[in-house]
Design a binder for this molecule. Sequence first.
Ligand code: SF4
Ligand code: SF4
Length: 364
Amino acid sequence: MNPKDFKPNDLDSVATGSRSTRREWLQRTMAAAAFLPQVFPGGPGGWGGRGRGPMRPRRTVDPSKIPAYKYRILPVGRFAELQKEYDAAKNNAQLGRQKMYLDQIASLNFKVPADFPSAKSVVVVAAYSKNMYSNFKLEGTAHRILIPFQYYTDDYNSDRLKAIVQKEIIKTPGRRVMDISSQIPLKLLAARSGLGRYARNSLVFVDGMGSYNVLYAFLTDHPFTEDHWTNLEILEECNHCHACVRTCPTRCINRWNYSTNIDKCLTLYNENPGEFPNYFLGSMHHALMGCMQCKAPCPANEGIAELSGNLEDVSEEETRKILQGAPDDALLKSLQRKLRQFRPTASREQFPILKRNLSVLIRT
Ligand code: SF4
Ligand code: SF4
């Protein structure tokens, strides 16, 4: 089957997700809309070449050449068809069966909000973002901990992108723009608008920024003439590659049919409260939240995955308080600033997630 011809019932999907911060909501809605053909160019299965042949150094990318954002436009008249595809995936349990996750995506839909009946188009935006590290100091050692790109607030946030949509994309003063990123399945929207392509690891890749993108959707009453509706496509690099299948610590990426089992994904568990399942080994944890193991080795992220920045250090006293699970207002405030609104620093209720996640990374 040509991937351009596949139907909703041919789809598989996956997700990662959590509740709370805007960026995490965005990532979750991205994941919620993963629709993947089970038959793809090059045939199902097969052994990926990368990682099994002789290694060559990964190329480097000039960060200034990575686009800060990209966008596509769809008329809201496309929403009915998108909803149908999304419903088909949900009804086929393609979004997983884990209640924790299903609860999180329950409200997502392709409906025009009741308070914006004059909406005409949606502008789908992908903003590039890179991983960050922070040194958590303890007993004379600086533990360099990864904070993946989805979990801190960077410069291209919702407010800034909304202003860009108004001034640089719509350009006509007086148009209404509404951020609906937390209400809509973003990955399907991005794929159907031609902004990105699905990959074996169920992420959406955007040309020039790979999977290091955060998706947004802005509804507007501006009458765009553009309609970027596109057939769903699979990332070309996946045809001869299974690197992510091999590096996924919980083996939840399906080798044969481009689907991922969200119910086993590390991200679902380290974003949410509660104990980790007993089949998660301590060595599987490598980030303060989320998991980058299916993104880092990907050839489509070559040179992009290697880029990172640094957040402020977390002091010995702060690290000790985190590990003791003893937050006070001053600690929360300091960590919110240092870790740029990392969600578990938002409140005492969220704080146990930070304690648990840091504890498995700094084994004292
Ligand atoms: S590592 Fe990247 S290119 Fe390779 S199969 Fe996974 S998503 Fe596709
Ligand atoms: S590598 Fe990590 S994020 Fe990717 S599917 Fe596996 S557990 Fe989930």
